[in-house]
Write a protein that binds this ligand. Structure first.
Ligand code: ATP
Ligand code: MG
Length: 462
């Protein structure tokens, strides 16, 4: 079973490198061996291993320090560890200076290697995560992301939005979760003259009625307990620009009434205020709910529905525009591989076939997340079916039932083993699914193995 990390062992002694590789394999690493520095560099050119273990003394070619240097020039991201039987302060210092993260004294024992790699890779995993998060922030601040599509319906919608970009009529964007409603609202804003003004979004589902009221319309000082100062609402903040009322299907009857009035008159009172405020705002509303049904059921005011739906667009779910899937995969691959400095030269036909067949209940957002996760965990240049294995893993485990009347640690073991099997033996993915640390999972698996080896096959509580 593989843990997703790969290690290259560089040592001129066959016994040494083979036994190291065998331990690493047992630990779940993908391990390869090189007999010389020159061979190691060749191999690193073909594949960016996460870690290189490099022997210091290798006669008849580049020695450990030279090898470190060459690998560093080629793959600065790779963690390098020097192996040495002559660990002196001098060589250690020099190795560190050439980019080694650590060194291991020879002869090495498996336990030592496991601990060291786990520690080093934990840092690397955190760094990766950090880069992703930073990328996300950048993205949020970045101007306009493109709407990637070649679906006729989507192109028609974009065309319609372009034509009405400079009007003030309200736009209602509907579509399942993750179909791109938010993205489209921003796109509309940026298409017209309003792009010089602010784009303000507010989620109507997130707040209680009274809070939402003051969030939208602002309040005067002393309007209610805690209102210590006058505060502008989203309508005022969006003046001259666009206001996105997200999840509009969730607002209360009273707010539906207030909103209708604002949309008709473009004027409103701040909470606790007596003077009307006038604003120039283009309102865009979005929802994944069936508003017509809500109108029929009397939960949504018909007049407000018509007011919002002056220009109505309905985004098709991703499963109804599968021709967009390869384009979107390519788009997200570029985005993430650029941000992460990782692989991402494309996706294989097999991977695209698998992705094109999926139903995507979470639509484009789900696809975006899947590509991000695959880019983070893949080792090769191209994304393959294997990199998307986890998509089957996340299927609901509803059919699974816990054994009754068993001690907790036994139940735990069953859950862990079932999850691991579903993850195709990938410890990293299983740990993600289980929501625990990879090293914790290792520890538990190791204990199960030890229990089995000592006979009995029962696991003790950990
Ligand atoms: N056609 C597209 N091209 C490129 N990226 C897209 C496209 N559609 C959606 N996305 C991306 O997918 C993600 C989800 O889109 P968005 O947030 O707009 O969906 P939503 O319909 O508002 O979802 P929700 O109903 O859950 O709020 C975003 O990161 C968005 O940039
Ligand atoms: Mg949204």
């Amino acid at each position: 079973m593989s843990n997703g990390w790969s290690v290259l062992v560089v040592d001129d002694e066959p016994v040494m490198r083979e036994s190291l590789a065998a331990w690493l394999l047992e630990d779940g690493y993908h391990a390869e061996v090189a007999a010389s520095g020159t061979e190691a560099v060749e191999m690193m050119r073909a594949r960016a291993h996460d870690v290189c273990l490099v022997d210091l003394k290798m006669p008849g070619g580049p020695d450990g320090i030279e090898t470190l240097r060459m690998i560093r020039a080629l793959r600065p991201e790779t963690i390098q560890v020097i192996l040495t039987a002559y660990a002196t302060i001098d060589t250690a210092v020099q190795a560190m200076r050439e980019g080694a993260q650590d060194y291991l004294p020879k002869p090495c024992n498996p336990e030592q290697i496991s601990l060291l790699l786990e520690r080093l890779l934990k840092v690397k995993a955190l760094e990766r995560e950090n880069r992703i998060l930073r990328g996300r922030l950048d993205r949020r601040e970045r101007a306009q992301e493109p709407v990637v599509t070649r679906n006729p319906k989507m192109l028609e919608i974009l065309d319609l939005l372009r034509r009405v970009a400079d009007q003030k009529s309200t736009v209602l964007i509907r579509g399942e979760s993750g179909t791109g409603k938010d993205l489209l609202a921003r796109t509309l804003h940026n298409m017209g003259q309003r792009s010089a003004g602010p784009f303000v979004g507010v989620s109507c589902a997130a707040l209680a009625e009274t809070l939402l009221e003051s969030e939208l319309f602002g309040h005067e000082r002393g309007a209610f307990t805690g209102a210590t100062a006058r505060r502008k609402g989203k309508f005022e903040l969006a003046n001259g620009g666009t206001l996105l009322l997200d999840e509009i299907g969730d607002i209360s009857p009273k707010l539906q009434f207030d909103l209708l009035r604002v949309l008709q008159e473009r004027r409103f009172f701040r909470v606790g205020g007596s003077v009307e405020t006038e604003v120039d705002v283009r309102v865009v509303a979005a929802t994944s709910r069936d508003l017509e049904a809500a109108v029929r059921a009397g939960r949504f005011r018909e007049a407000l529905f018509f007011r919002l739906n002056v220009i109505g667009v309905e985004l098709p779910p991703l499963r109804e525009r599968r021709e967009d899937i390869p384009l979107l995969v390519e788009h997200f691959l570029q985005k993430f591989s650029g941000e992460l400095g990782l692989c991402g030269s494309g996706a294989t036909e097999g991977a695209l076939r698998l992705l094109s067949a999926h139903d995507w209940p979470g639509n484009v957002r789900e696809l975006e997340n899947a590509v991000e996760r695959a880019v983070v965990t893949c080792n090769r240049g191209e994304l393959t079916e294997k990199d998307f294995e986890f998509m089957n893993v996340q299927a609901p485990v509803s059919s699974w039932s816990a054994p009754n009347d068993r001690p907790l640690h036994e139940v735990e073991r069953r859950v862990i083993e079932a999850t691991l099997a579903k993850a195709g033996g990938n410890v990293k993915r299983a740990a993600q699914v289980l929501g625990i640390d990879r090293s914790t999972l290792y520890m538990k698996l190791k204990r199960y193995r030890e229990d089995e080896e000592s006979g009995g096959g029962k696991s003790s509580p950990s």
